[in-house]
Every structure is written in structure tokens, then in C-alpha cells.
Design a protein around this ligand. Structure first.
Ligand code: COA
Length: 149
């Protein structure tokens, strides 16, 4: 079973969760965690994905969104990103920003984030809060889906 869990700013992050960040980015806890909401996804109670959101300089920032390699391609990253965008909406975010390598901008573009600047391989992306759309059915082509009225 896939489950999501939130850790509030300042809450101690268990090492099992930091191990996901460490495995993907090679680093663990830092001073930003005290300011961030951390989202973690569990697959059958095993932490397999994470990401965080914090407020800085007039915008909500998303960062360190990661899925352990064996769990990729199962829409777990999509769930992590949607959780973070939902949190931004919940906080009435005026805009949401992130910095990501060029190779993953397509992943974020699917949910409406657009490149606003580049610094080497790092791309800054942004979506105005009022343009966040978490409707999973919108672009689905599945016929006869029970979700369709
Ligand atoms: C980017 C990452 C989070 C994606 O996680 P994932 O669980 O494999 O992605 P999902 O299975 O949820 O993919 C959802 C959709 O995004 C697409 N997608 C995934 N990675 C993509 C990429 N790099 N570029 C473009 N599209 C991508 C998938 O094809 C899928 O498309 P669909 O809706 O048409 O089926 C994961 O590859 C990762 O941890 N990468 C390393 C860390 C990183 O670079 N993080 C970003 C910096 S903040």
C-alpha cells in the first residue's frame, strides 16, 4: 500500500526518512528542515520518496523531491509533487518555485511549472498559486472510467 505522511517544520525527521534523501542526493538533514514541511511516501511501510516545501522571499519553494531508484516509474514521484503542491494551495501560495536539473524539468512541467531562468544545468521553475491544477482526470483519455459522470 502507498501512503503519504507529513512532518511539520521543526519536527524531528526519522533517519529512515532522511535515508531516502541521502540515497538520492547524498546528503541528510540540514537547517532548512526546521522551516519546511517534509512529505514522505511509504510503500508497504518502507519510505521510498520524499520532498519538502518552505516559504522564502515571497514564494513557496519545493525542493529535494526524490524517489528511490527501484520505485521510479510507478507514479510515486507524481504523488509526492501533488502532495507538495496541495500544501502550497492550502497555504494560499501566491507562487511556487523550485530549482531542478534540466533533465527533470519535463516532470515538473506536467503539472504546470514553467522555466523562468537558468544557471548552468539548474533551471528555476515557477507556477502562480492560482494556476495550480491537481485534477488528475483532466488529461486522462480512459474511456468508461467510473470517475466520469
Ligand atoms: C524526478 C523523479 C522524482 C520522478 O519520480 P518517478 O516516481 O519516477 O516519476 P513518476 O513515475 O511519478 O512519473 C510521473 C510522470 O512523469 C514523467 N516523468 C518522470 N520523470 C521524468 C523526467 N525526468 N522528465 C520528464 N518526464 C518525467 C513520467 O513519464 C510520468 O509521465 P506520465 O504521466 O505520462 O505517465 C525521480 O526520477 C527522481 O527522484 N529523480 C532524481 C532526483 C531529482 O532529480 N529530483 C528533482 C530535483 S528537486
Amino acid at each position: 500500500m502507498i501512503q503519504g505522511k507529513w512532518f511539520a517544520p521543526g519536527e524531528t525527521l526519522p533517519d529512515s526518512i532522511l535515508s531516502v534523501r541521502r540515497a538520492v542526493f547524498g546528503r541528510g538533514a540540514d537547517s532548512l528542515d526546521a522551516l519546511s514541511w517534509n512529505a514522505v511516501i511509504f510503500s508497504d511501510d518502507v519510505p521510498c520518496a520524499a520532498g519538502r516545501i518552505w516559504w522564502e522571499d515571497g514564494a513557496f519553494w519545493l525542493g529535494d523531491i526524490c524517489v528511490l531508484a527501484p520505485y521510479r516509474g510507478r507514479r510515486i514521484g507524481d504523488l509526492a509533487l501533488r502532495l507538495l503542491l496541495f500544501k502550497a494551495q492550502d497555504h494560499s501560495a501566491r507562487e511556487v518555485r523550485l530549482r531542478a536539473p534540466e533533465s527533470v524539468t519535463g516532470f515538473f512541467a506536467r503539472l504546470g511549472l514553467r522555466p523562468v531562468s537558468r544557471d548552468g544545468d539548474s533551471v528555476e521553475m515557477m507556477i502562480p498559486g492560482d494556476q495550480i491544477d491537481l485534477d488528475t482526470c483532466k488529461n486522462c483519455t480512459k474511456a468508461n472510467c467510473p470517475n466520469r459522470k
